[in-house]
Design a protein around this ligand. Structure first.
Ligand code: ACO
Length: 449
C-alpha cells in the first residue's frame, strides 16, 4: 500500500484565488506509473471550496497497486504483468491468485489455491429455494444480484472481515461460488435441472459443465473452447476503478460485508454503458443485419440528434485500441474456427464495421476504438450462451477483481468511508406553504396517467 507521506513529492501545485488574492499549495503525490495526483484532502479546510468532477473524469478516488492502465498507449497490466502475456500464458485461477496476493503463485501455492477454491464450489442447498422464488423469465443478472447478496445470510462465518481468516474465506467463497451461481441462474431461466459442480474439472470446464450439461447425455467439450472461456475470464478479471469496482469500494467503505458489496458491484455492472454493452453489441449487429447497412448505422452514430451509439466502441480510459479487444478478436477467430462457424454473418458485420469506423474522421477525432465488448459477444453467442447471460459471464470474471480491490481497501490503514460532497443548486430556505395556499391544479399530470 502506498504510504502517502513517503510518497509525497517535494514539489507542489499552486492554486491562486482571484477572489481573495490568496494562493494555496497543493502537495503532489507521485505514483509508480501514470499521472501524478494533486492531494486535495485539505482543500476544503483551507479554502472552503470543494472540487467538482461529475463522472470522476479527473479524480483518483484511491491508491491501488493492483492494475495499471495507460489509456493513450492501450496498456493494461495486472501487478505489473501485461494482459496479453497473462491471457496467452496463464490460466484464470493463476490470475485470481495474482490479483488477490500480488504475485504469481509458486507451484505449491497454485495447487493449494486450486484446492481451496474447489472446496467452496457448492452452494448451501437452501439457496435452491431462493432461486425457485424467481419468475422463470427473470433476467439472470437480476437473479445474480439477489443470490450474491443473499450469501451473507448463509455464510455468517465469513462476514466478520476484521478477522483475516474470515476475510480470506469470503474471498475464496466468492471466487468459487460465482460460476455455480451464474450457471444456476441460466439453468433456472431455461427450465433445466440445476447441475452440481464437479471438482475433478478445472474451474472453467466446471462452469461450462454446470451450464451446458444435462443429466441425459454425456458432457463433452473441446479443450480449445475451455481455453477460450478461461481467456474470456482473464480478460475481464480487473480494470482498476471502473463504475462497478468503485461501487464495490464505496459500499465496502461503510463496513458492509463482502457479499453485499459484490452484489452492489453486479448491479452496477448490469448497465449498458458498462458490462451490459456486450449484450447491446449483439443486438446492434443483428439490427444492422447486413454489411450493406453499415454506413446507415455509422451515420446514425455520428448524428448528434440521434441517441444511437456504436456499442462496443469508445471507452472512458482507452483513447487507443483496448488491449483486451485485440486478444478477444484473436479468440473470436479461434472459437469460430473450432466450431466451424467462420462464416458467421455477425462476425462479418463486426469486422467490416470496425474497418469502416476506424477509417472514419468522426471516430478518429474522438478516439473511439473497439473495446473489450465488441468481439466478446460474438464468442459467447457462438458458444451457445443467450445474450441475457453475457453480462453474467462478465460478472463471473470480474468477481476476483472486485474482491481483490475490496480487500486492498479494507487492509489500507487510511481507509475512510466514501462520502462525496456536492454543488448544491436547489432552493434556498423558504417558508412552509399550507395546503390552502398551494397551486390548486395537479402539476404532475403526466405522473398520474
Ligand atoms: N458511438 C458514437 N459516439 C460516441 C461513442 C459511441 N460508441 N462513444 C462516445 N461517443 C462520442 C460522444 O457522443 C461524445 O461526443 P461529443 O464530445 O460530441 O459530445 C464523445 O464521443 C465522448 O463521449 P462520452 O460519452 O462523453 O465519453 P465517456 O468517456 O463518458 O463514455 C462510454 C465512455 C460510456 C464507454 C461511451 O464511449 C459509450 O457509450 N460507448 C458505447 C457503450 C460501450 O461500448 N460500453 C462498454 C464500455 S467498456 C466496459 O464497460 C467493459
Amino acid at each position: 500500500m502506498a504510504d502517502y507521506e513517503e510518497n509525497k513529492q517535494k514539489n507542489s501545485f499552486t492554486l491562486f484565488s482571484n477572489e481573495t488574492g490568496k494562493s494555496y499549495d497543493l502537495p503532489v503525490i507521485k505514483g509508480t506509473e501514470g499521472p501524478d495526483v494533486l492531494d486535495i484532502r485539505k482543500l476544503y479546510e483551507e479554502t472552503g471550496m470543494f472540487t467538482y468532477d461529475p463522472g470522476f473524469t479527473s479524480t483518483a478516488s484511491c491508491d491501488s497497486s493492483i492494475t495499471f492502465i495507460d489509456g493513450n498507449k492501450g496498456v493494461l497490466r495486472h501487478r505489473g504483468y501485461d494482459i496479453h502475456e497473462l491471457a496467452t500464458n496463464s490460466e484464470f485461477l493463476e490470475v485470481c491468485y495474482l490479483l488477490l496476493h500480488g504475485d504469481l503463485p509458486s507451484p505449491e501455492d497454485k495447487n493449494k489455491f486450486k484446492e481451496v477454491i474447489r472446496n467452496h464450489t457448492m452452494l448451501h442447498e437452501q439457496l435452491v429455494y431462493l432461486y425457485r422464488g424467481f419468475r422463470r423469465d427473470a433476467h439472470p443478472m437480476a437473479i445474480m444480484v439477489g443470490v450474491v447478496g443473499a450469501l451473507s445470510a448463509f455464510y455468517h462465518d465469513s462476514t466478520d472481515f476484521s478477522d483475516i481468516k474470515q476475510r480470506m474465506i469470503a474471498c475464496h467463497r466468492l471466487i468459487a461460488k460465482i460460476p455455480t451461481i451464474g450457471a444456476m441462474a441460466y439453468k433456472y431461466s431455461i427450465g433445466q435441472p440445476f447441475v452440481y459442480p464437479r471438482n475433478d474439472l478445472s474451474y472453467t470446464e466446471n462452469f461450462l459443465y454446470m451450464t451446458f450439461s444435462v443429466p441425459t447425455r454425456e458432457f463433452k467439450i473441446s479443450k480449445k473452447i475451455v481455453k477460450a472461456m478461461d481467456r474470456f475470464f482473464i480478460l475481464h478479471a480487473d480494470h482498476e476503478q471502473n463504475a462497478s469496482t468503485s461501487t464495490v469500494r464505496l459500499a465496502g467503505s461503510s463496513g458492509a460485508n463482502p457479499f453485499a458489496c459484490i452484489a452492489a458491484g453486479i448491479a452496477s455492472l448490469w448497465g449498458p454503458a458498462h458490462g451490459g454493452a456486450n449484450e447491446a453489441v449483439i443486438k446492434m449487429l443483428e439490427e444492422i443485419g447486413d454489411v450493406k447497412n453499415i454506413p446507415e448505422f455509422i451515420n446514425k452514430a455520428k448524428n448528434k440528434k440521434d441517441p444511437f451509439r456504436l456499442m462496443g466502441f469508445g471507452h472512458r480510459v482507452y483513447k487507443n485500441y483496448d488491449p483486451r479487444a485485440i486478444v478477444m478478436k484473436e479468440s473470436a477467430h479461434e472459437v469460430l474456427e473450432e466450431l466451424n462457424k467462420l462464416d458467421d454473418p455477425l462476425l462479418k458485420i463486426a469486422i467490416e464495421l470496425e474497418k469502416i469506423a476506424l477509417k472514419d474522421e468522426f471516430f478518429i477525432e474522438k478516439k473511439l476504438f473497439p473495446n473489450v465488448d465488441f468481439y466478446s459477444g460474438i464468442i459467447l453467442k457462438a458458444l451457445g450462451f443467450p445474450t441475457s447471460m453475457f453480462t453474467v459471464l462478465f460478472a463471473i470474471g470480474r468477481t476476483v477483481g472486485w474482491i481483490s480491490q475490496w480487500k486492498e481497501m479494507i487492509e489500507d490503514p487510511i481507509n475512510k468511508i466514501g462520502r462525496p460532497r456536492q454543488l448544491y443548486l436547489g432552493q434556498k430556505t423558504r417558508q412552509f406553504q399550507s395546503e390552502s395556499t398551494r397551486e390548486k391544479k395537479s402539476i404532475f399530470k403526466w405522473l398520474w396517467k
